[in-house]
Design a protein around this ligand. Structure first.
Ligand SMILES: N[C@@H](CCC(=O)N[C@@H](CS)C(=O)NCC(=O)O)C(=O)O
Length: 206
């Protein structure tokens, strides 16, 4: 049975919970991080020297970095479904997973942390407003990509949808100005039909 460390309102933990549920993997989740703490202990540091959530224990292996965990679970347990067997299709899913971390997430982080996790009196509204503007053409790139395919990695749902599906739920539920993103909205509706997405991602944004 997998052990998944991390609180349910962590975006990065949600990626892992959604993946495990899509694959029907038996798992136990342990609250950690945020108000639960527990990341500074020696035993947790031995699992993840970065002292961050999520961590997944699969037998003797301790895994960290959420997108790397999604890839591992997909490769080990979802070959042909979440993990496309065709290298070209796999690389399509893979590159958008990297894009989520490197291109999209830095801007989304500024907006989310600023508006949701920072008390109003301490908010840097100039930085938040700037990120709201900068992120628009970034999402438009994905919108354009989705104008030609049903899912991020092609015609079928794959691991490539998971990090971006978590990011999209947050983005659409933040009290900010957004551009029209018709293809992204249709894709998001398709994700919302998935019971595992509803269980682990479609939660209040806190
Ligand atoms: N790049 C890492 C980021 C991990 C990370 O920053 N996790 C946050 C939660 S989303 C965390 O551990 N925060 C400290 C806490 O929850 O106490 C990943 O994708 O796993």
């Amino acid at each position: 049975m997998l052990k998944i460390w991390g609180r349910t309102n962590s975006f990065n933990v949600q990626k892992v919970m959604w993946t495990a549920d899509e694959l029907g993997l038996a798992h136990e989740r342990i609250d950690a991080g945020g108000a639960f703490g527990g990341l500074e202990t020696d035993s947790y540091t031995a699992l993840n020297p970065n002292r961050r959530i999520p961590v997944v224990e699969d037998g003797e292996l301790a895994l960290w970095e959420s997108n790397a965990i999604v890839r591992y679970l997909a490769a080990k347990y979802g070959s042909g479904t979440l993990w496309p067997e065709d290298p070209g299709l796999r690389s399509l899913a893979d590159r958008w997973m990297d894009w989520q971390i490197t291109t999209l997430q830095p801007q989304l982080h500024i907006i989310f942390w600023g508006l949701i996790r920072t008390p109003e009196a301490d908010r840097d509204m100039a930085a938040i407003d700037a990120a709201v503007v900068v992120i628009k053409p970034i999402w438009q790139l994905l919108d354009e990509h989705l104008s030609l395919r049903r899912f991020v990695g092609g015609p079928d749902f794959t691991m490539g949808d998971i990090p971006l599906g978590c990011a999209a739920w947050r983005y659409f539920n933040l009290p900010i100005d957004r551009p029209r993103l018709p293809n992204l909205e249709h894709w998001s509706t398709r994700l919302q039909e998935r019971p595992a997405y509803r269980r682990h991602v479609m939660l209040p944004v806190t």
